[in-house]
Design a protein around this ligand. Structure first.
Ligand SMILES: Nc1ncnc2c1ncn2[C@@H]1O[C@H](COP(=O)(O)OP(=O)(O)OP(=O)(O)O)[C@@H](O)[C@H]1O
Ligand SMILES: [Mg+2]
Length: 443
């Protein structure tokens, strides 16, 4: 081999990497990953890191890369892109670009197959086996100069052609000093990598989750902190995002009991994609479950339009909820949040109103739901003209002593009132007598 190629790797400040020494907890996982690269390996190894979105796969991989580099390994990496998941060999091209010059030394047919696969030479009849052998030879040659770490992040988006080749390589690694680390979402590796050893990430334990919150620029305190810890369920991405949501808008936390905090776009996209495949009646039932502040939907909706267990079967099959004698339980608090926030406001409001209608004898819970079903008009926006029959729900003149600090209170009453019920989608709840703000026990 010639001089060391300028090998691109996972940068330490790449997205998903929290930066040097910034990982909270994960001692066991780090020791497994670091053990692959430090001390530098004498033989080849492979590992697949698995876990839900936001659990810290990329962060761990970035830390592994950092340790590999400081132990003297060279790093080749690819972060698979969803947009390239259908482009044959796009991932392999990204991975091997820094060492393609070394393809000159491959046996002629292997070099031809590899270059053709990567679009660097005239196409020839596709030969996956030959391409796989070429990549194995190439990586093996590179590792002759020193141990090598090959990283594939977001392997669930790797195009199938690249995945096949990398799986071929992973299963034939032996005495080369190559470490292959792939990371991907979910709790099962892609079938091609299924025989490789796995490292499954669990949510952070509460003590680590709490430490992670303390590292945020404006960590939530008191009740809001408990809410963030509860909803994030040990997911670092959610912890960071929810802490920011509370810091940016403390009122979001006070509305919590009826409205889960909004998710990051990334989490929303992941969970939302699973929701999209569900039939309408299941989504409607899920929304009612997400809006209910109790798993016991029967109790929550009384004789009202509650979902029956049958309508939740499809969601249960996807692992989004479990239904048992005590009611419907979301598999993770973030799922509840995704269900809630993926529905348009009018549907959420209608579900809140349907629940409020069934809770006439529970003033607190009823009040939460009615408040969540109301639109808050910003003072700077001109409210729409009053609707026939609409009831403006105004705040009390004096805030109860246990209420939020004045800076976080809802704005003063304007000529049209702040809170205005939406037209109902389901039969409306009676609103007479509801004049309390802020409602509910979270104030
Ligand atoms: N143990 C940790 N300590 C501190 N920050 C962490 C930890 N784990 C993850 N993070 C941070 O949480 C966020 C999400 O982590 P990361 O991007 O690694 O998740 P992921 O599992 O790769 O998600 P995805 O499946 O979407 O790629 C990042 O900002 C990351 O820096
Ligand atoms: Mg990632």
């Amino acid at each position: 081999m010639g001089p060391r190629p300028g090998i691109a790797g996972v940068d330490q400040d790449s997205p998903g990497g929290p930066g040097l020494d910034a990982l909270v907890g994960r001692d066991n996982e780090l020791s497994v990953l670091a053990g692959l690269v430090d001390p530098p390996p004498g033989t080849s190894r492979a590992l697949v890191v698995l876990g839900d979105a936001g659990l810290g796969k990329s962060a761990l991989v970035a830390e592994t890369v950092r340790r590999a580099r400081s132990a003297g390994l060279r790093v080749l990496s690819v972060t698979a892109r969803e947009s390239e998941a259908n482009l044959a060999f796009a991932g392999l091209h990204q991975l091997l670009r820094p060492v393609l010059a070394a393809a000159d030394r491959l046996p002629r047919r292997q070099a031809q197959a590899l270059r053709a696969a990567l679009g660097l030479a005239e196409p020839i009849a596709a030969d996956r086996l030959l391409t796989g052998i070429a990549v194995l030879t190439l990586l093996s040659d590179v590792s002759d100069d020193g141990p090598l770490l090959v990283v594939v992040d977001d392997v669930h988006w790797l195009d199938p052609s690249s995945l096949d080749v990398l799986a071929f390589v992973a299963h034939r690694l032996a005495t080369e000093r190559i470490v292959l680390v792939a990371s991907g979402r979910g709790d099962a590796a892609p079938a091609a990598l299924a025989a490789l050893p796995e490292l499954r990430l669990s949510p952070l334990p509460e003590a680590d989750a709490s430490r992670l919150l303390d590292r945020q620029p404006r960590p939530p305190q008191g009740r809001a902190r408990a809410q963030v810890l509860g909803q994030a369920g040990g997911n670092p991405m959610a912890l960071i995002a929810l802490a920011k949501a509370i810091a940016d808008d403390p009122a979001v936390g006070r509305r919590w009991a009826a409205e889960p905090l909004p998710l990051t776009d990334r989490l929303m996209a992941v969970i939302g994609a699973r929701l999209a495949s569900l039939p309408d009646e299941t989504r409607a039932a899920l929304l009612l479950a997400a809006v209910a502040d109790s798993p016991d939907l029967t109790a929550a909706v009384g004789g009202g339009p509650g979902p029956d267990a049958d309508s939740l079967v499809a969601a249960e099959e996807l692992g989004l909820v479990t239904v048992d004698k005590s009611g419907a339980h979301f598999s993770h608090p973030l799922v509840r949040s995704a269900v809630y926030h993926s529905a348009p406001f009018t549907r959420r409001a209608a579900a809140h109103r349907a629940l409020a209608a069934a809770l006439r004898d529970q003033a607190d819970r009823r009040a939460w739901h009615l408040a969540a079903a109301a639109v808050r008009w910003r003072r700077s926006l001109k409210p729409p003209p009053p609707r026939l029959g609409a009831v403006a729900v105004r705040p009390p003149r004096r805030r109860p002593s246990s209420g939020p600090p004045s800076s976080a209170r809802a704005p003063r009453t304007g000529p049209g009132g702040w809170w205005r019920p939406l037209p109902p989608l389901f039969p409306p709840a009676p609103r007479t007598g509801f004049r309390t703000w802020p409602p509910g026990p979270w104030r």
